[in-house]
Design a protein around this ligand. Structure first.
Ligand code: GLA
Length: 729
């Protein structure tokens, strides 16, 4: 049993392998949050609720003359707006009379086997989960809220979502409907979050929680390059190996907010969910709205363990692809090799060379369709550009398959170019308010995929190509932020639903793709990592991590991404030097080591490589194939912080059974009279012996962990580090 209800105390307790989550129905019927953290056995943590009067924090009428009971200071599970709780709230509505008050009180609960499902939304799934549903009712009778908790006992994670139903007869408008609210008592904590920009995504920032509201958000229509829908709250002194850490990942790929508020008495509230900007969802009688899901994990052993919990949960209970833990074809992508300038001969030449170095999959990126010779035109016309590819796509695919390779293509289904047949035929199919001029971005406009006819048209075109060419792989891109939003498919009073309807439409398109082609290897992309979130992982086992392929910048990008998302989900390619994004030159082997900490691939003109480089690339491919199982199923450890350490970056994969480990990294700069840097390894069995495969030298696990191992010395910047340890007894 992992869900308990204690009738006497009116306490709900959720238990996973090592955590406990507790709530209590107060004497006035409010659902209070008591505790989330390490398992405390049979403790009822209501002793932590201390009632003291705080002036200017009012009291619900039902509390009579008790001036200590205030919703402004009590920890709550899902706070409604307008009841004298002045903190950020979970639910805000517009009632039929125009008021915005929601006062939620406990009604009932239900415990069931299996995991609740959310219609049309990505979510964790799998055997062994249990669901707790707690029903709250608005005292005015307008709304009923089901708080949904999915308890994955063995995985040690809990999920949350809310289902909101109009229990009255008149229409209610949802203005804010969060997926999660969690209240912490006074506790000094840091917030770790992941900000960035195009080609520099998921930079890591750690700040003490300051008073007031700190909002991490996207209103771009995608989860965005700029903020990620994942945050960590942790002890001030938490490190990779020590301290209390909480991770919260929103399983959603559109507008979101993650807000922390440190209140007047230093309590902290976190809310996460769909961003309220341009959000107004109409609920008619008996209609329901389901929020996206949040995945929560807690570690009392620091950040590494938190990462392992999330990686394991996402690999086993979120990503559905058959590739999630099986060898992925290693790909060559032609984008940085040719951009739009290619023909069949050029592509075949690259493919032949790719085969020689042991690659498995040829990916034809942007430019194979419509009138697409640059980024001014062609999006929306998903039929082959026969001027470029004379015999069409199917013969090219066959020729490449003849080499013994798989064949994949790039698509960008949510977009339209003004210079396209699609736009000429259906100018009203894009998201555009006609009295305002369009906002162009990369010269393109967003299709209104909230509309079924738009989705059907695009997907049918794409399915025709996929069927014709028996495509093995698809890269789904999304290359702009949404702006100037208006849908010709919705009436005025429903325009506030457009962003979320767009997401539901998008998820439906992806669902159709993966269910029609269950063997397809599907990679997501949004100008690199603009939609790198748990929502997308439900559909695709890998996401192109960043358009920045510079191995040194990637150290920071992949470091930030690793906190929540499995290493095997990060598309990482070896590209040419000087690098196209930064102009930096980094040794080939180093580029290989960095790309091996991800879904490894190549993205350069292999025809231009020297024989020596090809031999090195071939060796890299073999090396990756021999360690891929660790990338896919092992535990990942960050051994350095690239935001602090200017000397080296290092990381480590360890097999779950501690039988082997790969340690990789980059020595960032050559030094005269060099320091000797020692890496203290993690995750090994201290009492076992391990052989370092290159030198043959045997170490105890304890020595590798406690005494450390010196990094190689030598001259030059950006030198690769790559060591492998195998347990000998
Ligand atoms: C985006 C992607 C790139 C490439 C181009 C093609 O920027 O992130 O990898 O596919 O589009 O236009």
């Amino acid at each position: 049993m992992s869900i308990f209800y204690n009738e006497n105390d009116r306490v709900f307790t959720l238990k996973t392998a090592n955590t406990m989550y507790q709530m209590q129905v107060s004497e006035l019927g409010h659902l209070l949050h008591l505790y989330y953290g390490a398992d405390l056995g049979d403790t009822v943590t209501d002793y932590r609720l201390v009632s003291v009067e705080h002036s200017f924090s009012g009291n619900p009428y039902e509390s009579g003359f008790d001036r200590n009971y205030s919703l402004d200071t009590l920890p709550q599970e899902y706070a409604g707006y307008g009841n004298g709780d002045y903190r950020v709230c979970a639910l805000k509505v517009e009632n039929p009379d125009g008021s915005e008050i929601v006062h939620l009180v406990y009604d009932s609960f239900e415990i069931s086997d299996g995991k609740y499902a959310l219609a049309g939304l990505p979510a964790m799934h799998g055997d062994g989960a249990k669901t707790l549903k707690i029903v709250l009712k608005d005292t005015a009778g307008h709304l009923e809220v089901e708080l949904l908790y999915g308890v994955f006992e063995e995985r040690d994670v809990i999920t949350r979502a809310a289902r909101i139903r109009n229990a009255g007869t008149d229409t209610v408008t949802l203005r804010e409907a969060m997926s999660l609210q969690i209240d912490y008592p006074k506790q000094d904590m840091d917030l770790i979050h992941f900000y960035g920009r195009h080609a520099m995504e998921r930079m890591t920032e750690r700040t003490p929680l300051a008073h007031g509201i700190h909002s991490l958000e996207s209103v771009r229509g995608t989860s965005s390059h700029h903020h990620n829908p994942f945050v960590i709250l942790c002890d001030h002194d938490a490190t990779e190996q020590h301290g209390d850490c909480y991770g919260y990942a929103l399983v959603y790929s559109g507008n979101f907010k993650a807000q922390t508020e440190r209140d007047q008495i230093d309590q902290t509230r976190l809310v996460m969910g769909i961003h309220p900007a341009h959000f107004a969802w109409k609920l008619g009688e008996n209609e329901t709205f389901e929020t996206p899901e949040t995945v929560m994990a807690y570690s009392e052993q620091g950040l590494s363990h938190l990462t392992h919990l999330l990686h394991d949960a996402f690999r086993s209970n979120l990503i559905r692809s058959k590739y999630v833990e099986s060898p992925r074809p290693i790909l060559i992508n032609n984008w940085e090799a040719t951009y739009f300038d290619f023909n069949e001969e050029k592509l075949y030449g690259i493919a032949k060379n790719a085969k020689e170095i042991g690659l498995d999959l040829f990916v034809l990126d942007d430019g194979w369709f419509g009138k697409r010779d640059n980024d001014l035109s062609g999006l929306g016309d998903w039929y082959v550009n026969e001027q470029k590819l004379k015999g069409g796509l199917a013969p090219l695919a066959e020729k490449i398959r003849g080499l013994g390779m798989k064949f994949g293509i790039w698509i960008e289904p949510e977009m339209v170019s003004e210079d396209s047949d699609l736009f000429r035929e259906h100018p009203d199919w894009c998201l555009l308010q006609p009295q305002h001029s369009a906002v162009r971005s990369r010269h393109q406009l967003n299709l209104d995929v909230s509309r079924k006819e738009v989705r059907d048209h695009v997907m049918n075109q794409i399915f025709r190509v996929l069927d014709d060419c028996r495509i093995d792989y698809v890269k789904w891109d999304m290359n702009r932020s949404i702006a100037n939003v208006f849908s010709a498919g919705l009436p005025a009073e429903r325009q506030g639903e457009i962003y979320h309807r767009y997401m539901l439409g998008l998820y439906e398109m992806m669902e159709r793709l993966v269910s029609r082609y269950p063997d397809l290897l599907f990679e997501n992309c949004s100008g690199g990592g603009g939609r790198f979130d748990a929502g997308m992982l439900y559909y695709s086992p890998q996401i192109w991590c960043s358009d920045n392929t510079d191995a040194i910048d990637r150290l920071k990008i992949q470091y930030g991404t690793s906190f929540a998302y499995p290493i095997s989900t990060m598309g990482a390619h070896v590209s040419v030097c000087p690098n196209h994004q930064t102009g930096r030159t980094v040794p080939l082997k180093t580029r290989g080591v960095v790309a091996s900490a991800g879904t490894f691939g190549f993205e350069l003109d292999l025809e231009k490589m020297t024989e020596e480089e090809k031999a090195e690339a071939k060796a890299m491919v073999q090396e990756y194939k021999s360690m891929e199982h660790l990338v896919q199923t092992g535990d990942y450890y960050r051994l350095s912080d690239p935001f602090k350490n200017e000397d080296y970056a290092a990381w480590q994969f360890v097999a779950k059974d501690q039988s082997e480990s790969v340690v990789s990294g980059v020595i960032l700069r050559g030094e005269s009279s060099p320091h000797i840097h020692y890496l203290r390894l993690q995750g090994l069995d201290g009492s076992a012996h391990y052989r370092e495969t290159e030198s043959g030298r045997v170490y105890t696990g304890a020595a590798l962990k406690k005494a450390g191992i010196p990094l190689p010395t030598g001259l030059g910047d950006y030198r690769p580090v790559s060591m492998r340890f195998v347990r000998v007894n």
